[in-house]
Design a protein around this ligand. Structure first.
Ligand code: NAP
Length: 248
C-alpha cells in the first residue's frame, strides 16, 4: 500500500487515462478525488471502480480545470474536507486538430485554456497546501506530441510542450518543500481521444511504434503511481516517456 493515507486529486478522471490513474492510485491505498467536467455518469463509474480497487473514502468532484476561480475554491474545499492534499495528477485534456492555416482562434484558446492554463491553475492552488505540509507529488500528463510535434496539432503540441517547461520550473520552485513535480508523456493510447483518428492514421502509428501496438490507459497508470510514491522522493523535473519506443 505505497499510497496509504495519501489524498489524490486526478483531473479528467471520468474516462480514459485519468480513470486508469484514479483506479491505480486507489489500488495503492490512496483516497482519490475523481474530477470531471461534463460526464457525471462516467465519473460515478470511475468512483465505483476506485471503491472496488481499495484505498480511502473516494469522492467525485465536478470542476472545470480552465476556470481559475472554480479551481481555487474547490481545492480549498477539498483541503478543508480531507485535512491535506498530497497528490495532484493534471490529466484533463482536450484536442482540436486542424492544419494551422485553418486553425480557429477559439480552438487555439480552448486547447490552451484546458491543457496548459488548467495545469497552472490546479498546480498553483495545491502548491500552497503541499508546501505547508512539506510533502507533495504533482504529475502532469504531457504527450509525445509535445516532445516531437505532430502535423495538425499546433495548439495541442504547444500546450503539451508548455507543460514540460512548467514541470521543470515548478520542480525547481517547490523542491525545497519536498514537493516533486514530474510529467509523463504518453504515446498513442487507446481512448476516446484517439478513437476519433482515421483508421489509416492508426495503422501508420502502429507501424511506426517499435512495440507494434497502441498503448492502453493501464500502461500509463503504473508509471504515474510510482512517481507519486515515497520511492520516487528524489525524482523531480523529469519526463517519463510511455510510448512503446516511438520516441526516445
Ligand atoms: P479522454 O478519454 O478524451 O478524456 C479526457 C478527460 O478530460 C475526461 O475525463 C474529461 O472529462 C476531462 N476534461 C476535459 N476537459 C476538462 C475540463 N475543462 N475540466 C475538467 N476535466 C476535463 O482523453 P484521454 O485520451 O484519456 O487523455 C487524458 C490525458 O492524456 C489528456 O491530457 C491527453 O492530452 C493526454 N494524452 C492522451 C494520449 C492518447 O493517445 N489518448 C496521448 C498522450 C497524452 P469529461 O468526461 O467530464 O468531459
Amino acid at each position: 500500500m505505497m499510497l496509504k493515507d495519501r489524498v489524490a486529486v486526478v483531473t479528467g478522471a471520468s474516462r480514459g487515462i485519468g480513470r486508469a490513474i484514479a483506479v491505480e492510485l486507489a489500488r495503492h491505498g490512496a483516497r482519490v478525488v475523481v474530477n470531471y467536467q461534463g460526464s457525471e455518469a462516467a465519473a460515478q463509474e470511475t468512483l465505483k471502480l476506485c471503491q472496488g480497487a481499495g484505498g480511502g473514502e473516494h469522492m467525485v468532484k465536478q470542476f472545470d480545470v480552465g476556470n481559475p476561480d472554480q479551481v481555487t475554491a474547490t481545492m480549498k474545499e477539498l483541503h478543508e474536507a480531507c485535512g491535506r492534499l498530497d497528490i495532484l495528477v493534471n490529466n484533463a485534456g482536450i484536442s482540436r486538430d486542424m492544419l494551422i492555416m485553418r486553425f480557429k482562434n477559439e480552438d487555439w484558446d480552448a486547447v490552451l485554456r484546458t491543457n496548459l492554463s488548467g495545469v497552472f491553475y490546479c498546480s498553483r492552488a495545491v502548491s500552497r497546501y503541499m508546501s505547508k505540509q512539506e510533502f507533495g507529488r504533482i504529475v502532469n500528463v504531457s504527450s509525445i506530441v509535445g516532445q516531437m510535434g505532430n502535423a495538425g496539432q499546433v495548439a495541442y503540441s504547444a500546450a503539451k510542450a508548455g507543460i514540460i517547461g512548467m514541470t521543470k520550473t515548478l520542480a525547481k520552485e517547490l523542491a525545497k518543500r519536498k514537493v516533486t513535480v514530474n510529467a509523463v508523456a504518453p504515446g498513442f493510447i487507446k481512448t476516446d481521444m484517439t478513437a476519433a483518428l482515421k483508421e489509416e492514421m492508426v495503422q501508420m502509428a502502429q507501424m511506426a511504434i517499435p512495440m507494434g501496438e497502441l498503448g492502453t490507459p493501464e500502461d500509463i497508470a503504473p508509471g504515474v503511481a510510482f512517481l507519486c510514491s515515497d520511492g520516487a522522493r528524489y525524482i523531480t523535473g523529469q519526463v517519463l516517456a510511455i510510448n512503446g519506443g516511438l520516441y526516445m
